[in-house]
Design a binder for this molecule. Structure first.
Ligand SMILES: [Fe+2]
Length: 238
């Protein structure tokens, strides 16, 4: 089974194309791309190229960055057009990982924003009812990866036991549920659990079922902007 491609960092390093320093700028390009109505295979490389052009400062990522030491990672919705794509920032606790999971969509793109991320990929054999590890890769800051059910299953982890990591995820189209597995091996493929896609925060604000309070960085930003009589743009973006 093909283990898929990783786009090397050097592809983005020498590009003369304008970088996206806000997620809103990236979303505008994605809106225009999906408005063309093309098949996924015809825009997959373009999406990768757009993600390679993302070059955001921590002042931008902090709007959506929520770490929670009681969770392995948090999923923070940046924006979505509700039909073609959703953009999320995932914040990984030190040494934490997901379960093995699938992607019921055309695909999932990941751009590493900060820290190091390890991806472990698995092949599956429906007939033999078996999930087998096939390879693992490490992604440094700036690299973009792609995953889909055609390639296999995977889990993501932050291998650093002391430092958190932040990754940008693009799912196309958005989905609400996936399948998760706790183990690899024989007799496992037929035993998935349901994974429900929840959001720890939306547009920089903690979601109502999880306290409903603005997060630390969003709250700080809101206080600063209100002090200067400006609107909180991030909260109105969705
Ligand atoms: Fe995934």
């Amino acid at each position: 089974m093909d283990c898929g491609e990783v786009v090397p960092l050097e592809l983005s390093a020498g590009s003369d194309e304008i970088k996206f320093d806000t997620f809103a700028a990236l979303a505008a390009q994605l809106d225009a791309l999906f408005a063309l109505g093309l098949k996924f295979d015809d825009i997959k490389d373009k999406i990768t190229q757009l993600l390679l052009r993302v070059n955001v400062l921590t002042t931008e990522t902090n709007k959506y960055t929520f770490f929670d030491c009681e969770k392995p990672y948090t999923r923070n919705l940046i924006c979505s057009d509700g039909k073609h794509y959703s953009l999320l920032l995932l914040c990984w606790g030190p040494g934490k990982e997901t379960k093995i999971h699938n992607h019921p969509c055309d695909g999932c793109f990941i751009k590493n924003i900060s820290g190091c991320i390890k991806e472990t990929r698995y092949s599956f054999d429906k007939a033999a009812d078996e999930i087998k590890q096939c390879c693992s890769k490490y992604y440094c800051e700036g690299q973009v990866s792609f995953m889909s059910d055609d390639i296999g299953l995977h889990k993501i982890s932050n291998p650093n036991p002391n430092v958190g990591a932040v990754t940008l995820h693009l799912y196309t189209p958005p989905f609400k549920e996936c399948k998760v597995w706790s183990n690899e091996g024989k007799g496992q493929f037929s035993k998935p659990e349901k994974g429900v896609i929840g959001y720890y925060s939306v547009c920089g604000l903690r979601t109502p079922h999880l306290e409903g309070k603005p997060g630390l960085f969003a709250r700080m930003q809101q206080e600063l902007l209100e002090k200067h009589g400006e609107k909180v743009e991030s909260a109105a973006a969705l």
